[in-house]
Design a protein around this ligand. Structure first.
Ligand SMILES: O=C(O)Cc1cc(O)ccc1O
Ligand SMILES: [Fe+2]
Length: 458
């Protein structure tokens, strides 16, 4: 939470349509600011940012000054998040919102099914119907908490093949941690442009408006919608001053604005429902900004993996990238955890994840390759798929993994054939009806633990 940087960013960006080539080029060479939780500032036009005050009598260049807060005004300084935006038109100048169809999006409280103690696993989401944009392609798997209480989280997947060309999205219910799995995304946000490819994650803070342009024909991935306290970096404790996700590797955008005529639909997610209002201009019209309530991208391959260099398999909290603390110290509303390439050297150790029953609830996804506790390939844990192991549901290595790892020769071993992650939450996850009844739900997941026979002498 330190440091201040300044930038002069890109000028106005191209309009919504026909911009895909330009978007690709932009993705390849985006200017970015570095750091986590920093007070950054950026102006797309020199002189657009007021100096020495947030809200002068008249903001420079005829812009409107607007504050966007991500925490209450009065929260402790160390976790206070807010940004000041200097825009062509104030966000307040919009007509009434009206409800639109929620599509496959669901919000908390999740009451369509009863919480299920069974281990559940899904294959990847089917390909999108042609013309599906990111917002239409969001499909809620489940979640917990209550949007109106700002507590809990939702797990979504997405599959899309079309740009959000004439609409933008903003989520009042929480921040969106986007985990691309197939294909890259260009995120045009109020703060500027970010690109995120598989292996990276992007975070859109609560309330920030953005639209998504697929950088590949079909894009798929996962989203953790965090209704609770904004994600922060975990404490490092005895690890020391460095390690895990290093703050300097987080990339924020520089200011870039759209000065285009509408109609543009603003879709606003509020207490689980989608509302829309039509504007005569793009709301991505922020010419300059400063603050710390910002979108960012992080490359998971930069994660500094800490592990055992003696014996035993450490608990996966050591792999926490981001944590959203709850009201109980040490107990996260949701953690984002990554299983990144690493060496395993433990002596006399069962090296893959152990058998366990966890008080926390675990949703796992796979960006690529395989996961070291589960068989890969068809019918197994595959990229784009996901598993849910709710509070106290017994799980761990499948039979094939147990047999392999309990007899393997324990040479130093590099695990670098996959990238798995976990959304781990203190509250059980209740599936939506569409997830519980999905055609891509694996009906025989329990079988992976069958045949684990007794070896104890009779
Ligand atoms: O269930 C899982 O595969 C996730 C997990 C990984 C690990 O290394 C230890 C515990 C755990 O829950
Ligand atoms: Fe687990």
């Amino acid at each position: 939470m330190s440091g201040r940087t300044t930038s002069t960013g890109a000028g106005g960006t191209d309009g919504a349509d026909g911009a895909t080539d330009r978007a690709r080029k932009a993705a390849a060479g985006l200017a970015e600011l570095r750091g986590f939780g920093n007070e950054h500032s950026s102006e797309a036009v020199p002189g657009a940012l007021p100096d020495g005050r947030n809200s002068p009598q008249r903001a420079p260049l005829g812009l409107y000054a607007e504050q966007l807060s991500g925490t209450a005004f009065t929260e402790p300084r160390a976790r206070n998040r807010r940004s000041w935006l200097y825009r062509i038109r104030p966000s307040a100048a919009h007509p009434a919102y009206t409800r639109i169809d929620n599509g496959s999006l669901r919000g908390a409280p999740f009451t369509e099914t009863v919480p299920d103690p069974n281990r559940l696993r899904w294959d990847p989401l089917p390909d999108p119907a042609p013309g599906t944009d990111f917002l239409a392609g969001l499909w809620t798997l489940g979640g917990n908490g209550d949007t109106a209480q700002r507590v809990g989280m939702a797990i979504h997947l997405y599959a899309a093949d079309a740009p959000m060309s004439d609409r933008v999205f903003g989520d009042a219910d929480g921040e969106l941690l986007i985990v691309p799995q197939q294909g890259g995304l260009l995120l045009r946000t109020e703060f500027g442009l970010l690109a995120a490819a598989p292996g990276e994650v992007a975070l859109i803070p609560r309330g920030v408006r953005f639209r998504v342009e697929p950088l590949d024909a079909v894009v798929k991935g996962y989203v953790c919608e965090n209704y609770g306290r904004p994600f922060e970096l975990p404490e490092l404790g005895p690890i020391g001053a460095n390690g895990l996700a290093n703050a300097r590797d987080f990339r924020a955008p520089v200011a870039a604005f759209e000065d285009t005529a509408g109609p543009v639909t603003v879709v606003h997610k509020f207490c689980g429902n989608l509302w829309a209002a039509e504007l005569g201009h793009s709301p991505l019209d922020v010419v300059a900004w400063h603050g710390n309530h910002l979108p960012y991208v992080y490359d998971l391959r930069r994660f500094n993996v800490i592990g055992s260099i003696s014996y035993d398999h450490p608990d996966p909290s050591i792999f926490t990238v981001l944590t959203s603390p709850s009201d109980t110290p040490g107990l996260a509303g949701v953690d984002f955890v990554v299983f990144a390439p690493r060496w395993l050297v433990g002596e006399d150790t069962f090296r893959p994840p152990y058998f366990h029953r966890n008080v926390m609830s675990e949703y796992m996804g796979l960006v690529e390759g395989a996961y070291d506790a589960k068989r890969a390939g068809e019918g197994g844990f595959v990229p784009g798929g996901g598993s849910l192991h709710n509070m106290m549901s017994a799980h761990g290595p499948d039979r094939a993994t147990y047999e392999r790892a309990s007899t393997a020769e324990l040479r130093p071993q590099k695990v670098d054939d996959g990238l798995a992650f976990m959304f781990e939450t203190r509250w059980p996850v209740t599936a939506t009806a569409q997830a519980a009844g999905a055609g891509h739900l694996q009906r025989d997941y329990d079988r992976v633990w069958q045949g684990l026979e007794r070896h104890f002498p009779a």
